[in-house]
Ligand binder design. Structure first.
Ligand code: SF4
Ligand code: SF4
Length: 192
């Protein structure tokens, strides 16, 4: 009780990047007008382009149309990298599933005593895309560079959540020659 009474009142932390508003911004009204001007300008420009037969706003009528101009770093979907013989590089260690904040990765491990270098591999590797938040933490956690995210997006729309699980057949569609960010096999010094 005495300890609670002697405790100092809570003081809010002052951040180094706390915003400082000018008097113009504090009046608020001018900034609202400026925002409306920007939005209205974009709307009218796109409307004019549309009326003159040119492409206006970058609206994609998904899923009938799919965009082709994803940024190189877009976290579109996961892929499992593969060894030169086509098997997944994954060693079914479960670290990605453990770190996943949405807990959407399910892995069943297989064991091959004949393969002394890589005895463990996934017999089932599935990700529930109805709950994945595309944070990329699974990629960061993997010790084998076995899971990556590529810019292409999967065919997600479905009336049934059970159809939104990404399975091994889609995860093993990696095209290393197009993955310029992380060449494979790794350069000398990396693990195969
Ligand atoms: S991107 Fe994030 S939410 Fe999705 S599977 Fe990976 S860790 Fe989980
Ligand atoms: S993808 Fe990486 S982190 Fe996930 S189970 Fe396979 S080796 Fe482990």
């Amino acid at each position: 009780m005495g300890d609670a009474l002697s405790r100092k009142p809570y003081q809010r932390k002052v951040y180094w990047n706390a915003p400082t508003l000018t008097w113009w911004e504090r009046v608020y009204l001018f900034e609202i007008m400026r925002g409306l001007g920007i939005t209205g300008g974009v709307f009218l420009r796109n409307m004019w382009r549309w009326m003159t037969g040119r492409k206006g706003a970058l609206t994609t009528y998904y899923p009938e149309e799919t965009r082709a101009d994803y940024a190189a770093g877009n976290r579109g979907k996961h892929i499992l990298t593969q060894r030169p013989d086509g098997r997944p590089q994954c060693i079914a260690c479960n670290m990605c599933a453990t770190v996943c904040p949405a807990q959407v990765i399910e892995i069943d491990a297989a064991f091959d005593p004949e393969d002394t270098a890589h005895p463990k591999s996934p017999s089932r590797f599935e990700i529930d895309y109805s709950r994945c938040i595309f944070c990329g933490l699974c990629v960061e956690a993997c010790p084998e560079d076995a899971i990556r995210m590529v810019k292409e997006v999967p065919e997600l729309p479905s009336m049934d959540r059970d159809h939104m699980w990404l399975k091994m057949d889609e995860l093993l569609t990696w095209k290393p020659q197009r993955d310029v960010a992380k060449p494979y096999p790794p350069k000398a010094g990396g693990s195969a």
